[in-house]
Design a protein around this ligand. Structure first.
Ligand code: SAM
Length: 259
C-alpha cells in the first residue's frame, strides 16, 4: 500500500521509526543474543512476567510491530513458526540481518499491523511489545488481532500504562508525579510538536476502555499486570526509575479469543 493511502498515524509512525531505527540497533543486537526473554524498558525477566508459552512447538505466531525482531526470535527458538510485521523498512533491515546472523528462520513483512495480510483464524498466538501495542489505534488493531487468531488463541501485549501517559508532560519531557492529561479522554497522543524526541503518534485507553474493547471484540482477560521496577532502577526512555518504582510505567494484557 502506498504511504498516501495509509492512515495519518501509520504514515507518521513509519517516518518516525525509519528516522530513529539506527538508535535501536544495539538494543536489538543485545536482545537477540539473550537466550532468555526480557521485557519492557527495564528488561524485566520472563521468569517474572511469563509472557510466552514455554513450548511453542507447532504454533503459528505473529508479532505485531516486530521492530528488530528479538521477540520473534525468542518464539522461533521455542518452536513456533513466526511471522513478524513492521511498518518500518529500516527496523526490518536490522531484523533481517540479525535473523541471518543467528540462523533463525522468520517470515518478515513490511506492512501495517492494523491490516495484516493473513487469513482469519491463522495464528495460535499474537504478541506485541511496544509495537502495535502503543503505535496502532487499539480500536483497529485489537479487532485485527482477534480476526487473525484461532478460537482459544492468545494475544499478549506490553506497553505504557495509562497512568504513565497522563503523567507525561506535553513537551515530551520526563514523566512526573503529576497529572497532565484528562484520564477519560485518553486515546491519541500526537508527539510531533514535542520539544523532547519529537515525532510519532501513540495510543492508549483508560483501563475501563481497554476492558470494554476486549469484551466487545470477543476476548476474555486472562491476566493484567502493572509492572513495578526494583528500587534504584535507572531512568529509561523518559521515565525516572524512581517514578517506575512507585507507579506502574508499563502494563501487560494477556487475552484469549473466546470463540
Ligand atoms: C519500540 S519498537 C517495538 C518492537 C520490538 N519490541 C523492538 O523493540 O524492536 C516499535 C515498532 O513498532 C513499529 N510500528 C509502528 N507502527 C506500526 C504499524 N502500524 N504496523 C506495524 N508496525 C508498526 C515501528 O516501526 C517499530 O519498529
Amino acid at each position: 500500500m502506498s504511504d498516501s493511502a495509509l492512515p495519518e498515524h501509520v504514515r507518521e509512525n513509519r517516518a518516525y521509526w525509519d528516522r530513529t531505527a539506527y538508535d535501536w540497533v544495539a538494543a536489538g543486537e543485545r536482545a537477540w543474543r539473550s537466550p532468555q526473554p526480557y521485557w519492557g524498558c527495564w528488561g524485566l525477566p520472563e521468569s517474572q512476567l511469563g509472557l510466552l508459552p514455554t513450548d511453542m512447538s507447532g504454533m503459528e505466531a505473529v508479532e505485531l510491530g516486530c521492530g528488530t525482531g528479538y521477540v520473534s526470535s525468542w518464539m522461533a527458538r521455542r518452536g513456533a513458526r513466526v511471522v513478524g510485521i513492521d511498518s518500518s523498512e529500516r527496523q526490518l533491515a536490522t531484523a533481517r540481518r540479525l535473523a541471518t546472523e543467528h540462523g533463525v528462520e522468520l517470515t518478515l513483512h513490511h506492512g501495517n499491523a492494523e491490516a495484516v495480510p493473513y487469513p482469519d483464524r491463522f495464528f495460535d498466538f499474537a504478541i506485541s511489545e511496544y509495537g502495535a501495542a502503543i503505535w496502532c489505534d487499539p480500536r483497529v488493531w485489537v479487532p485485527e488481532a482477534h480476526r487473525l487468531l484461532k478460537s482459544g488463541g492468545e494475544l499478549v501485549f506490553l506497553g505504557n500504562s495509562p497512568l504513565a501517559m497522563i503523567c507525561t508532560p506535553p513537551s515530551g519531557a520526563f514523566r512526573e508525579p503529576r497529572l497532565h492529561h484528562s484520564y477519560f479522554e485518553l486515546h491519541r497522543f500526537d508527539w510531533r510538536q514535542a520539544e523532547v524526541d519529537p515525532g510519532g503518534i501513540e495510543f492508549n485507553l483508560p483501563v475501563s476502555g481497554w476492558l470494554r474493547l476486549f469484551r466487545e471484540t470477543g476476548f476474555e482477560v486472562l491476566d493484567y499486570l502493572e509492572l513495578q521496577v526494583p528500587e534504584g532502577s535507572p531512568d529509561r526512555h523518559g521515565t525516572p526509575g524512581s517514578w517506575a518504582h512507585c507507579w506502574p510505567a508499563e502494563h501487560v494484557w494477556k487475552l484469549r479469543r473466546r470463540s
